[in-house]
Design a protein around this ligand. Structure first.
Ligand code: C5P
Length: 218
């Protein structure tokens, strides 16, 4: 494939979103936040009161998701949902419906469409394993659950959401369990992925490492 992809996968709140966005900026590449697509589907399901076990209805929602991305803003139909999709309830719901094979399948085409010149940085759980198996560079970005809970805490408070450390730790552990134990596209390092443990690393240091790895393969 002539259009390069950098796949960055990892658990919730590992900082991969920040790192992926900065790498994309540095290289002038497009950026795909695939988690946002699951969050948009979840928000849409919650709004339409679609039962979370109705896989058929949920996959229809995912297939016809009226979403748009402008810069770092996310839209569902004409509503700016940039902040709404970050709520913990939406994240938890996203993690539940992401276990449904037809929901995942319904979002494949949308994700592949982000591969546009001059290149793409894609962040998620299965970018290197399922969606872009021929990515130029695969990174598995992780951090301890404590480091991630702390980052998520600061992020939520910064955005004006309420946050509780004990609940965040519990939620992260549950979501890790769900994301890595599910039958379809479980969270795991892709074959050939570089592992980046960022518990004691700043975002800039992580960005630098990814850019070094990319310079070596491009
Ligand atoms: O990365 P983020 O926390 O925004 O993702 C929300 C949820 O969407 C995750 O908990 C995960 O279950 C799901 N997801 C996924 N595959 C992706 C991206 C996200 O299953 N590629």
């Amino acid at each position: 494939h002539p259009i390069p992809v950098i796949a960055i996968d990892g658990p919730t709140a590992s900082g991969k979103g920040t790192v992926a966005q900065r790498v994309a900026e540095q290289l002038g590449f497009h950026y795909l936040d695939s988690g946002a697509l699951y969050r948009l589907t979840a928000l849409s399901a919650l709004r339409h009161e679609v039962p979370l076990n109705d896989e058929h209805a949920l996959s229809k929602l995912a297939e016809k998701l009226p979403c748009r991305f402008t810069g770092d803003q996310v839209w569902l139909a004409n509503e700016n949902v940039t902040n709404a999709i970050r709520a913990e309830e939406v994240g938890n719901t996203a993690s539940k419906i992401a276990a449904l094979p037809y929901v995942r399948r319904a979002l494949v085409g949308l994700q592949l469409g982000f591969r546009q010149a001059p290149g793409l940085v894609a962040d998620g759980r299965d970018m290197g394993t399922v969606i872009f198996p021929n990515a130029s560079l695969k990174v598995f970005l992780t951090a301890s659950v404590e480091a991630r809970a702390e980052r998520r805490y600061k992020q939520l408070i910064g955005k004006g959401f309420a946050a509780n450390m004990a609940n965040l730790l519990k939620d992260l552990r549950e979501r890790d369990e769900r994301d890595s134990q599910r039958a379809v596209a479980p969270l795991k390092p892709a074959e050939g992925a570089h592992i980046l443990e960022t518990s004691r690393m700043t975002a800039d240091e992580a960005v630098e490492q990814v850019l070094k790895w990319y310079a070596a393969v491009k």
